[in-house]
Design a protein around this ligand. Structure first.
Ligand code: KG4
Ligand code: ZN
Length: 340
C-alpha cells in the first residue's frame, strides 16, 4: 500500500489530503481563506501567500492525524507545481520539498488540472478509459481526452474567460460578493432560466472551444440598460438565465467531444462541477446518450489535497519523481508538464 500526502496551495485554499494507492481517500483537510479575502471582493495574491504560510503546517498535521498516519508511513509527497498564483504555489512547493527531504521519501510534482481530473478516479476507481472530461474551474475550462493514466490531451479550451471566472464576475456585478459561483447558483434556484435569452458562443459547428466573456458582457450591459431607464430587474431570473446559458454551452461542447472521439465515458470535474444545475444537465444528457457518467462529490470538485495525492500516485507509477530543484510554475501548461 502506498500512502501519498497531497498538497495544493494554488489559489485560496490551503489543502492537504492523504490517499492510498491513488483511490482511497484517508483524509482531505481544507483551510478556506474566504473570510480573509471577502472584504476585498476577490482573492488578493499576497494576502493568500501569507495565509498559506500560517495555515499549511496545521492543515498537513491534521491530514496526517485524520489518516491515522505519521510521516514515516508515507510513500511520497505530491504537490501542485502549477498553474496558480506564484506566491501561494511557492509556499506549497517549499513545504512539500521540506517534508519529502526530512522524511527521505520521493517528491512528486503535479499539474493542477491533472489533480482535478483524478477526482473522477477517486469518485469511480477503474473508470473505463478512454474518457472525455469536462473540467471547469475558476482558472480553466477545458475538454480533456483522457486516453490512459497520465496520458491526457486538451482537445478544447476557453478562448477568453473560464466558466468559473464568468460566474464570479457576474455574481460580483449582481452584488453577490465573493466567492461568486455558489452564491449565484443559490440565487438562480429561485429564478426562471428562460426569462432572458443571453447569447451562447458556439464558435462554429465543430468547435470544442469555449468563450464566456461575450455572455458576461451581455448580462452586464442588459442590466445596466434596464437600470438606466429606472427599470427593475428580477435578479434571480438574470442569474438563472445566465447559468442556463453557461451550462447549455458546457453540455453541448462536451457532447460534441464525446461524439467526435467516439468514447463511452464522460466525466465532469473542477470547481464549477459543484454546480447542481450543471451536474444534473450533463448527467441527464449522458443517460439519454447511453454513456457512463462520473462526477465527484461536491467537496472533491473544488480545490483539495486528495486530488493531488491521487494524480501524484499515477505520475509516480510512471516514474515521474521530482527533486529538490523543483520550482513553482504559475503559468504551467499541461502540454509542457506532460511533455506532449
Ligand atoms: O477548481 P476551483 O476550486 O479553483 C480553481 O482551480 O480555479 O474552482 C473555483 C471556481 C470558482 O470560479 C467558483 O465560483 C466556481 O469554481 N464554483 C462554482 C460553484 N462552486 C464553485 N460555480 C458555479 N456553481 C457553483 N456551485
Ligand atoms: Zn482548481
Amino acid at each position: 500500500m502506498l500512502h501519498i500526502l497531497g498538497i495544493d496551495t494554488s489559489c485560496d485554499e490551503s489543502a492537504a489530503g492523504v490517499v492510498t494507492d491513488g483511490q482511497v481517500v484517508r483524509s482531505n483537510v481544507i483551510a478556506s481563506q474566504v473570510a480573509v479575502h471577502r472584504p476585498y471582493g476577490g482573492v488578493v495574491p499576497e494576502v493568500a501567500s501569507r495565509a498559506h504560510l500560517i495555515s499549511l503546517p496545521g492543515v498537513v498535521a491534521q491530514a496526517l492525524e485524520e489518516a491515522g498516519l505519521g510521516f514515516g508511513d508515507l510513500g511520497a509527497v505530491a504537490v501542485t507545481q502549477g498553474p496558480g498564483l506564484v506566491g501561494p504555489l511557492l509556499v506549497g512547493v517549499a513545504a512539500a520539498k521540506a517534508f519529502a527531504y526530512a522524511s527521505g521519501i520521493p517528491l512528486i510534482a503535479v499539474h493542477h488540472l491533472l489533480g482535478h481530473l483524478y477526482t473522477c478516479w477517486l469518485a469511480r476507481p477503474e473508470l473505463p478509459l478512454p474518457a472525455i472530461c469536462l473540467l471547469a474551474s475558476g482558472g480553466h475550462t477545458v475538454l480533456l481526452y483522457w486516453e490512459d493514466h497520465v496520458r491526457v490531451r486538451i482537445v478544447g479550451r476557453t478562448l477568453d474567460e473560464a466558466a468559473g471566472e464568468a460566474f464570479d464576475k457576474v455574481a460580483r456585478f449582481l452584488g453577490l460578493g465573493y466567492p461568486g459561483g455558489p452564491a449565484l447558483e443559490k440565487l438562480a434556484a429561485a429564478g426562471d432560466p428562460q426569462a432572458f435569452s443571453f447569447p451562447r458562443a458556439w464558435l462554429g459547428p465543430d468547435s470544442l472551444d469555449f468563450s464566456f466573456s461575450g455572455l458576461k458582457t451581455a448580462v452586464v450591459n442588459y442590466c445596466r440598460e434596464v437600470w438606466a431607464k429606472g427599470g427593475q430587474l428580477p435578479l434571480a431570473d438574470v442569474a438563472a438565465s445566465f447559468q442556463a446559458a453557461v451550462v447549455e454551452v458546457l453540455v453541448e461542447k462536451a457532447v460534441r467531444a464525446m461524439k467526435s472521439f467516439n468514447v463511452q465515458s464522460l466525466a465532469l470535474a473542477g470547481g464549477v462541477a459543484a454546480n447542481g444545475y450543471l451536474r444534473q444537465a450533463l448527467e441527464e444528457r449522458a443517460r439519454r446518450e447511453g454513456w457512463n457518467f462520473t462526477v465527484p462529490p461536491r467537496e472533491l470538485c473544488t480545490d483539495n489535497g486528495a486530488m493531488v495525492a491521487a494524480a501524484g500516485y499515477f505520475l509516480y507509477r510512471q516514474g515521474r519523481v521530482a527533486d529538490q530543484y523543483l520550482e513553482a510554475v504559475p503559468g504551467l501548461s499541461l502540454e509542457a508538464f506532460l511533455g506532449n
